[in-house]
Design a protein around this ligand. Structure first.
Ligand SMILES: [Fe+2]
Length: 392
């Protein structure tokens, strides 16, 4: 709802400073203003009339067109805001008079230029947001990595958000791309689907085709708690995705020598507490795990924010998270970091030599479906030793 109010305020500003001063007929101004307000309120109407902002049930083409138009208005308003700021400064400095200011505002060509730039930003942002993600190779140095796990490689997916926007074909294409890597292990760090099982099953079902020698594991994200939590729990089991909720599995026989061991744990998402469900407990998750010297400990936790607290609660070498979607737009980093304990995307160092990888998201949620400068990804993660290998 806050987004809706923000968008309407931007639309009002756009009409006030860019449409009303134009030298065109009043009817044209009225029509332009109406179109701007209609586009700016798309997410408001989808939230109110079509099943909520989380998972509006509209055809994909309508969601793409509506979201792109809304983004277009937002970009145009921001460019108009920038133009007004530049004009204000130049007028204050005495470099431009009031008459010249009004001439700029009246100029139709200036507005058309701004509209073209906004259309390019909104179009490329939508395309980047919903296209099939690329494979990105990530190398994570782990202090005292057991030699048997040197070079061990697995796939991390995160924030798939199966929805009316990211539908069956998107999931199928992503799964095909992952399976083509012939991965040993696939980990999914939360936010798998938005909406009810009835509505979304067809879109999420392709995830059942994910194949990995040592299995497919996941942890809950905050979005799991907004839908049919209990029904989805059973469905993930049916699809062969083992969700770890404050629990751990020990994977044996990993690496080229076949002697590598990983204690893989997942924590519940903090949002669970709001719904009377079990909250995250890293100590419990690793409660039955072998000691660190016997198995490399990896934790899946959807939200990166609690990385230091989890590491204080239980020893582990690596935490894998998602949730931030990498900020989605370059320039949003500071705002996203502020809400997520300083973490946005990529690799971070933590207490006791632990590492955190924040995945930028394989998909995104319908409420804000744009990416600019921050691509979605299928992360192929290779573990390497952070210190020289010990020669025995
Ligand atoms: Fe997400």
């Amino acid at each position: 709802m806050r987004f809706a109010v923000f968008h309407l305020l931007l639309a009002a500003f756009l009409v006030w400073r860019a449409v009303l001063p134009l030298e065109v007929r009043r009817g044209v101004k009225a029509l332009l203003s109406l179109l701007i307000f209609a586009a700016a309120s798309f997410s408001f109407w989808t939230a109110v009339c079509f099943g909520g902002l989380l998972s509006p049930e509209l055809p994909r083409s309508v969601l793409i067109a509506g979201n792109a138009l809304e983004a277009f208005v937002v970009f145009l308003a921001l460019i108009a805001l920038l133009r007004e700021a530049v004009i204000f400064i130049t007028v204050m400095l005495g470099r431009m008079g009031e008459r010249a200011h009004r001439a700029v505002q009246k100029d139709r060509r200036a507005l058309l230029g701004m509209a073209a730039a906004s259309a390019a930003l909104a179009g490329s942002g939508m395309y980047e947001g919903i296209r099939t993600p690329d494979v990105r190779d990530r190398e994570i140095p782990i202090p005292d990595l057991p030699q048997a796990l040197e070079g061990f490689t697995f796939v991390q997916l995160s924030d798939l958000h199966a929805s009316a926007l990211l539908t069956e074909p998107f999931m199928k294409a992503t799964v095909e791309r992952v399976n083509a890597l012939n991965p040993d292990l696939i980990l999914i760090t939360g936010d798998l689907a938005d909406g009810t099982v009835e509505r979304r099953w067809r879109d999420a079902a392709p995830l059942g085709a994910l194949k990995a020698r040592f299995g497919v594991f996941g942890c809950d994200g905050n979005h799991e708690h907004y839908g049919d939590y209990e029904k989805w729990r059973r469905r993930w089991d049916e699809l062969g995705i083992r969700m770890l909720r404050n629990e751990c599995v020990v994977l044996e026989g990993l690496g080229e020598s076949g002697r590598g061991r990983i204690a893989l744990a997942g924590v519940c998402d903090p949002r669970a507490l709001q719904f009377g469900r079990e909250g995250p407990d890293a100590a419990k998750a690793f409660g039955k795990a072998p000691p660190e010297r016997e198995a490399l400990r990896i934790l899946m936790a959807h939200q990166p924010k609690y990385f230091p607290a989890y590491r204080e609660a239980a020893p582990f070498a690596l935490q894998l998270s998602g949730h931030t979607h990498g900020g989605q737009l370059l320039g949003m980093d500071e705002w996203v970091a502020r809400m997520n304990g300083g973490y946005v995307r990529g690799l971070y160092d933590g207490p006791h030599g632990a590492k955190l990888y924040v995945h930028p998201g394989t998909g995104l949620w319908n409420g804000f479906p744009l990416r600019l400068g921050v691509s979605s990804e299928i992360a192929r993660i290779r573990l390497v030793s952070a210190s020289p290998l010990k020669v025995s």
